[in-house]
Design a protein around this ligand. Structure first.
Ligand code: SAM
Length: 275
């Protein structure tokens, strides 16, 4: 595919229209949350109905480009305190209407409670606020639940599988922001990629930001397609991919010794080479 392993600077819908049907095994994304974040080139305060209509077009393209059984992992935070918006419900309804199968939802618990300030009516039931210290990752598949793949390309370990299949994931937010207001933590993406794709698969992030999905895909023997409207974020992604490449060759060089040690200890291979 022409767009495989490419960082593409452009508008999501313009670019996605050019991607071939049935060419992506796993899409992982976090769209702009429409909460007024300060992105490089996107207005993050649209009218809510316009916002949903726009994203519905993106979901339609997502379904088209996924292979049968391909997965879509959609990260979204609960938004609003005074007026709580049911955005994760609205996205789920949209995707189900488009015929995507709703598989599950993962709760990403970010443990941000220590930093909170907006209590509402502190110590009084008159009007207290719940501050969302979690986000969702909604999981869908196209047409069928099963993704075809060679069993030899399944690289998740037993320990990882058991840990990740518990749907409550405790992962702190990313501290290293690379000039972006809302990057994914690598650990979140590592888990999704390992749990939902085979080695050699192609992973798309159509709101790719500073390239967390692309970098983690690269480090774990997957192909990627990265799209973002911001030239700046795409530049950061390119840099990050170059250093991911270097790290990968270092890891590969040192792997046989590490593998030997771990084989001896555990009697089975390790899968996690990203740390
Ligand atoms: C929530 S952020 C994604 C951050 C990303 N997950 C990361 O780890 O860096 C949403 C991204 O969508 C991009 N964006 C907004 N409007 C867009 C559009 N029309 N086409 C493509 N990208 C867009 C923004 O530039 C922003 O980087």
């Amino acid at each position: 595919m022409q767009y495989q392993n490419k960082v593409i600077n452009g508008d999501v819908l313009e670019v996605m229209k050019k991607l071939p049907d049935n060419s992506i095994h796993l899409a992982i994304t976090s769209p702009p949350y429409n909460v007024g974040k300060d992105y490089d080139s996107h207005n993050d305060q649209m009218n809510y109905e316009d916002y949903l209509d726009w994203l519905n077009k993106v979901w339609t393209e997502t379904k088209r480009v996924l292979v049968p059984g391909g997965r879509f992992c959609l990260n979204i935070a609960p938004t609003g305190i005074k007026e709580f918006l049911p955005v994760h419900h609205d996205f789920t309804t949209q995707l189900r209407k488009l015929g995507m199968l709703f598989r599950t939802e993962i709760v990403w618990y970010k443990q941000t409670m220590l930093k909170r300030t907006a209590w509402g009516s502190f110590k009084s039931p008159s009007n207290p606020h719940i501050v969302p210290s979690w986000e969702y990752v909604l999981i869908f598949s196209k047409g069928q639940n099963k993704l075809d793949g060679n069993p030899e390309d399944a690289d998740i370990t037993k320990e990882e599988f058991m840990k990740f299949s518990d749907g409550m994931w405790y992962i702190p937010p990313e501290r290293q922001r690379n000039g972006h207001p809302a990057p994914f933590p690598e650990d979140l993406i590592y888990r999704l990629i390992k749990f939902y794709s085979f080695k050699g698969n192609t992973v798309l992030d159509m709101f790719g930001g500073t390239g967390t999905v692309a970098a983690v895909a690269r480090k774990n023997d997957r192909n990627f397609v990265h799209i973002d409207l911001s030239k700046e974020y795409c530049k950061v992604t390119e840099k990050r991919l170059n250093s991911a490449k270097e790290k990968l060759s270092q890891v590969k060089l040192s792997l046989p010794i590490a593998e030997n040690n771990i084989f001896k200890k555990m009697g089975e291979p390790i899968g996690a080479i990203h740390r």
